[in-house]
Design a protein. Structure first.
Length: 82
C-alpha cells in the first residue's frame, strides 16, 4: 500500500516539477498559465487519492470509514427538537 501511495504522489507531482525544470533551464521561455494551472491542480490533488487507496487496500480503514459515515448520516436524519 505504501508503494502505491508514494507512486501516486510522485506521478501527481512529476508534471509540476518538469514544468519548473523546463522554465529553469530555459527550454521554455514563456510560462503558460493554463499549463501551470493544470500541473498545480494535479499536484495538489495528490492527497485526495489517499482515502480511496486506503479504503481499497485496508480492511480496518474501510470498516472505520463505514462507521464514521453511518454516524454522520444518522445525525443528519435525526429529527430536531424545538
Amino acid at each position: 500500500m505504501l508503494i502505491l501511495v508514494v507512486t501516486i504522489f510522485a506521478l501527481c507531482w512529476l508534471p509540476f516539477n518538469v514544468y519548473y525544470l523546463l522554465l529553469d533551464f530555459g527550454i521554455t521561455k514563456k510560462a503558460n498559465f493554463l499549463i501551470f494551472l493544470l500541473c498545480h491542480w494535479l499536484a495538489m490533488s495528490s492527497v485526495c487519492y489517499n482515502p480511496f487507496v486506503y479504503c481499497w487496500l485496508n480492511e480496518n480503514f474501510r470498516k472505520e470509514a463505514k462507521k464514521f459515515f453511518r454516524c454522520i448520516i444518522e445525525i443528519r436524519n435525526r429529527p430536531e427538537v424545538l
